[in-house]
Design a protein. Sequence first.
Length: 302
Amino acid sequence: MLGALALVPLAAALAWGGGRLPVVTTSTDLKALVEATGGDRVAVESLAPAVHDPHAVEVTPGQLRRLKEARLLVRIGLDHEPWLARVLRTVDDARFAPGSPHNLDASKGVDLLQTDIARVRGERGVHVHGFGNPHYWLDPANARPITAAIAETLGRLAPADRGVFAANRARFLERLDTGLARWGAALAPYRGARAVVVHDSWPYFAQRFGLVIVAAVEPAPGVPPSPASLAALAARMREAAVPLLVAEPSSDAALVGQIAARSGARAVTLIPSVGGDPEARDYLALFDVNVARLARALGGAR
């Protein structure tokens, strides 16, 4: 697909001249947070869909054109977007160079977890979370520093709307704080519950809501388990009476069913990104869905 992108002219995009500020993000979650902060003063597109393999995002020629027209790129950062380096080389626009005011790494200002894992380089290498686990948006409290960075960056690019961005963010944070209280209360009875996850997406979510992740099915992020390791894990889960197996929409359903049957754990599919389920239509709804599913699963597993 990127070969076709090279046919798009690479001349620098015209400077923004007013109207809705064009923004491109690398995830639907960041898109939702930019929209919450920018409101009707921004037009936002995510390069990646809600459910995707981080190594296999296909950026279309139309998306590349919109990236060249954008005034801001907002990315997850860390090693979560191995595909983005190729896209930016194809665009060849100095505005999106690291450190540019048009290139916002949303991980800055977030307290990262798992920062001591060894780094493996290469765009097609193992997705190892080498600078820290990149799924930081799954702690809803991290929306506070993320939206602070977004509001500050939008305000620099569109100073006339700085007050609008601040007001939008304040309203969003009021709803976020209400949600945090609601979600915390719903999961309070299950604090300390143990879970095995298929993919290592959930340490921030678990830390926020008091879950204990005892193992991941994948021996390394994105690496499928061997039959021997799968059998050993299921046996350990059964022996320890681990009540919960957390899957995602992209998880292998047959694998999840096999582990659940062998271990006796209850499988629940949680949604890692906005739009990964029709109910998870925005950032706050993402947590409404996941908390409700988790509470039902843990309540039934007792």
